[in-house]
Design a protein around this ligand. Sequence first.
Ligand code: ADP
Ligand code: TYD
Length: 198
Amino acid sequence: MFVTFEGLDGSGKSTQARLLAEALAAEGRDVVATREPGGTEVGELIRELLLGPRNVAPWAEAALFAAARGQLVEEVIAPALARGADVVCDRYIDSSLAYQGIARGLGVDRVLELNVNAISGILPDRTYLLVVDAEEAARRRGDPGDRIEREEDGFRQRVAEAYQELAAAFPQRIVTIDGTRPAGEIGREVLDELRQHS
Ligand code: ADP
Ligand code: TYD
């Protein structure tokens, strides 16, 4: 199984990715947990470029996220899936569709096309979208965040709406989860949903 978590920064993605990876590993499954945009040496370098102080043009930003993702697929995700491991990833293609495709206005189809090539067509089996409102996400995160998170408030709101649009467009794959409940409760819901699906 290839499972991804999506949502605003502060929505609880890394917490849930960790809980799911731990739960699957406790069942004796081979689990690879990774995150975007990093997880590889090249990816971490691209992440520094992307989240640093420099101005990055919208298509350059989309291409760099796709490049980091392509590297992660080639080095980590594809080999893990090929040997039969489960892969749990904190952010994946839907982040680019929401942030670059919708919130930055580049177009979902065009950003999808760019990414599908970069990731050799490897899409998640299941994607959990953690929904908390923009204020709660910012409160949880605490610090002002990276270059993309420091965008004006309207941007985060657009990202939140973008994720709802994606959930409606891909209902077979994207499962919307109320992210405001305690982390353990959400973790159990995710595990139950995944069991029903697999
Ligand atoms: P993300 O990876 O989406 O940025 P994190 O998992 O790092 O989010 O969580 C952001 C902050 O919110 C952390 O301090 C974390 O402990 C806290 N947190 C995570 N899940 C919950 C939850 N369900 N309820 C309240 N706080 C949470
Ligand atoms: P992330 O590494 O998830 O942040 P953190 O570890 O602080 O939770 O993501 C960094 C930022 O990059 C975040 O603001 C979302 C943004 N992002 C995109 O705009 N497009 C993408 O494809 C990805 C993966 C992230």
